[in-house]
Design a protein. Sequence first.
Length: 746
Amino acid sequence: MNGISSRLRVMVFLGLSLLTFFFFNVNAAFAHIPHDVVIDTKVSPNYAQDKTVYHIVEIGLNSWGNLFKSEDRGRSWKRIEEGLDNQYNLSSLAISAQSPENLFLSSFGDGVYRSKNSGETWDKVTQGLENLNIKKVLVSPNSSDFVLAIGKEQGLYQTKNEGKSWSSIIGNNQKITASAYFPHLENQILIGDSQGQLYLSKNLGENWQPLAHFKNSGMISDIKISPNFTSDHTFFIGTKKEGIFKTIDEGKTFTSINQGLTNLNIADLAISPNYKQDKTLIVSAWEDGLFQSNDGGTSWQKLNQGLKKVAQAMTWLSPHFPVISMSPDFSKDGTIFVAGFDGLFKSINGGKNWQDTNIALDRSKNIHKIAISPNYKNDKTLAVSTLHNSPYISHNQGKTWQSIDHGIQLDRLLKQHLLTNIISFDFSPNYRFDKTLFASSWGCLLKTTDGGKHWNKYWVPESLKADSYMAISPNFKNDQTIYLVTHQGKILRSTDGGENFTAIGDQGEEAIQGISIAISPNFAVDQTLYLVGFSGGIKQSVDGGKNWHSLHNNYALRKAIIKLAISPNYKNDKTIFAGTSLGLFISRDLGETWEQLDNEAYKKDSNVENIIISPNYQNDRTFLLNLKGQGLFKTMDDGQTFSRINKTLHGSIKFSRSYSVDQTIYGATDRELTKSTDGGLTWQPLQIDYKNYNWLSILYFIITNAIERKIVFTLLIALFSYFLWRLFKLTRKIRLPKSSHKVVLP
């Protein structure tokens, strides 16, 4: 029996080792770089009635912030964008307590936006703002007329007429880092600066007096005033280095209240609307997360049940939880929303337990790129890539779809994402014969030569690895040429179908931005490429990328964010389009001179997110403009007139390769793939049966994604089977001994 026990122990050990091996990697597979970095959240002052909450989130590869709204307490969300034409990230949101339909939104470069209909539409309100790089907006609790705007680097502005005009109340020689209006005292404002100095104004910022100086505290990061200030004279100061200070005598004296805090770098403070009774405060500390006090700050306890922190927040110099927003009916519903570096979190029991609200969208179903087969007229084939799911292909114009993910999985034990994030995605120009698709990602090119059934990875040299944008030669059948351009300004070229890449066209200090690359349709003859310059402007190469020169662009093109598109008839019409954050520009002389296309249908300085040119442009003069905050516009007379054909499309948009016959356009929204068969007049959603990556599929990926893991798995199974067989043989040999005692009858 001892032999059996020892063998059982060995078998159990091996079995546990095997399971540990897999489940260790399953956990690694679920770890990911967050693409839901929530930077602000606000609960409606009428939350009990309207159930409304907002948040600002940076999504995926989109460099702009996005605003989302929920009207069912955070269960479902819709993206709010009409009128938000921002070029830069959104930074903060403020809601009027007096008029909850009045909202203000700030941006790191676009100034301030205002909505008068609960966020459904927005107008830019920047008159009087000397600095458009605004970090935070704050509405007075006493009147929606009064709003403060804090400059990211310097300056403090105020409007007294709901944003119609702004005036500077602190000069640009001082960096303000926190501010607060006093409840029930319309004229009083508190502000704190980067040096730990606190100031008070009793006349809405016309004059300021120093109130306190926290000399060794670093910057003042937040100010929160008791809702009962007129009776309890209490407010709180959060600092970067010395935690929290409290005053109960209107700022004459301050007391440090840090007992229980394990980190004194304060990101945000929240005070209960019912503070008079419950004495509840919640604070976010940069490194250690959330803490709660139920005794006015005398002691603190850490909150962590269900909250998710990721180490990458510190790498990005961001707190784990930058903003806390409590329900106005906190005493009844116990509701708190917290903006997190990796999600939006909600508690309905006063902070004891938290759950991720799965904000805005299911990222795995976010269509990132649409690709159309060059032979679409005959094969009816198109493909899409998603942000965190499989690519999918359809051979019947989008009616049904198949997952094509074999080989897309990350190797190196799946340490980041389950699937590789695809940056660029397209068919080979010779797809009819070679059945090849390409995808670019971090440091590699993905290639399939069997229509997506199996993918191979081709890694670029280690020093060149980065997010890569791709351009495929129209003459790929003969020259096998592919270009990758990285954010770091490296231009990579392959002349063997993507198997090997070398760096070309070294720009030195004049690096390439690496976001927009366009290749001439006549590349086999003219060897022409266009790229966006690092500091604006456009560069051109006429020798396949070996040498580059700057085109003589106008001022707007040198300062704007640019997306390039080339006419399919470039050989004859010499036309290039530049969609910019300052409007649409066109050149009809190979980029030497440019003119801005102006039109009554949209704002002249509209932020152009995308330009999509009809494959039959030579005859139909048709192209589409995707304008941020305005929707999708179409022209059929080369830009003389435009009409809006869709309000919600803002992702990848593609014409059918046989558009002149079928009038088909495909487009993506946050939630779905959509299709028009009448040139954009009407749209119908296309259903994709998204693949569910459960733990079994993850284990399968881990086993099959590298040859060495296949070998290890096979050996472990063989070893386990051997011991099982030995145990079975041993048990057959063992028999209980017969009794040697005889029974004697009397």
